[in-house]
Design a protein around this ligand. Structure first.
Ligand SMILES: [Cu+2]
Length: 94
């Protein structure tokens, strides 16, 4: 019965899409960051990312950052620009 209910829900595309949006799918992102050289840089980048709407910081190290972001609130470009505002150059790793 459970399986049947789930199947029915999946066959209703509109309803499923609405439900998924409300769930909010976070995207994972790993950035390489040029220009970072010490703990001050780590704090500057971390602080800026934490103030960026829709971003949840996982880790910031010298030269890299990993985070999750809500694509309905921000974009990779916005995140890279925020880091650029702090004076560093970020790009998607990998
Ligand atoms: Cu530094």
């Amino acid at each position: 019965m459970k399986g049947r209910a789930r199947r029915f829900s999946f066959s209703d595309g509109g309803l499923t899409a609405t439900f998924n949006r409300r769930e909010t799918t976070m995207e994972h992102l790993t950035l390489s960051i040029e220009g970072m050289s010490c703990e001050h840089c780590v704090r500057a980048v971390r602080g800026r990312l934490e103030r960026t709407d829709g971003v949840r910081v996982d880790a910031v190290d010298i030269g890299s950052a990993t985070l999750d972001y809500d694509p309905t609130k921000t974009t990779v470009d916005d995140i890279e620009e925020a880091i650029a505002d702090e004076g560093y150059t970020a790009f998607v790793a990998g």
